[in-house]
Design a protein around this ligand. Structure first.
Ligand code: BG6
Ligand code: MG
Length: 222
């Protein structure tokens, strides 16, 4: 029996992963670093300050700024990001997600959120999706970002669900690693997610019947 389905937010529920990229690109430009979508794959699922460190390393500028300056830059990125959030509306929930949530709920299975974004509350509110989640792990209380399993384990624990009988859905390499490290069944959305137990190219293809079937095969082999 499946005890819970735990979703990542950015890039799974809505395309805020792209807004994060645009905001980082803008911040990076301001300090003379150019980043592209390929590099951005490494930032997905990574906390704000850890993402900044990766960008500075990429531009070979990791020793050029004080802790205070880095905090200022991270805040500036967040200001850029939040401007994009102003335009976020319920119609920006990615295709296939409302139906998936409905199908999971119809079976009485609990739904959780495991996002390391401190803006997760704002995003869910803008999408009018707050009520869909039985428990949202609080990013502010998480000490280790993905790929550490802490956030998925926290979500399972908040739902009183056994991770070994639960499913995580992610679009990030670090996120899939986090799900696998927690012992859950990992569903990936997108490319370069070979470590996932099941991969779909787009959210549109996230069919609940298929996910359940693959979960049953997986659990019978465990
Ligand atoms: C994750 C995103 O969900 O949240 C990352 O995939 C982002 O790109 C991280 O850096 C932290 O988000 P925020 O909103 O707290 O800066
Ligand atoms: Mg994501």
């Amino acid at each position: 029996m499946i005890e819970a389905v735990v979703f990542d937010l950015d890039g799974v529920i809505t395309d805020t992963a792209h807004y994060h990229f645009l905001a980082w690109k803008q911040l990076a430009n301001e300090i003379g670093i150019t980043i592209d979508e390929t590099f951005n794959e490494m930032l997905k699922g990574i906390s704000r300050l850890d993402s900044l460190e990766l960008i500075l390393q990429y531009g070979n500028r990791q020793h050029d700024f004080s802790t205070e300056e880095k905090e200022e830059m991270a805040n500036k990125k967040n200001d850029h990001y939040r401007l994009y959030l102003n335009d976020l509306k319920p119609e920006h929930v990615l295709p296939g997600i409302p139906e998936l949530i409905r199908n999971i709920k119809a079976e009485g299975i609990q739904i959780g959120l495991a996002s390391v974004s401190k803006n997760a509350g704002t995003v869910l509110k803008a999408l009018e999706l707050e009520a869909a989640f039985d428990f949202c792990a609080d990013a502010a209380k998480i000490s280790k970002s993905k790929p550490d399993p802490e956030i998925f384990l926290t979500a399972c624990s908040g739902l009183s669900a056994d991770p070994l009988r639960s499913i995580g859905i992610e679009d990030a390499v670090a996120g899939i690693e986090s799900i696998k490290a927690s012992g859950m069944f990992a569903v990936g959305v997108g490319h370069t997610l070979q470590e996932a137990d099941l991969v779909f190219e787009t959210t549109n293809q996230l069919q609940w019947v298929n996910i359940k079937e693959e979960f049953d095969h997986w659990i019978s082999r465990c």
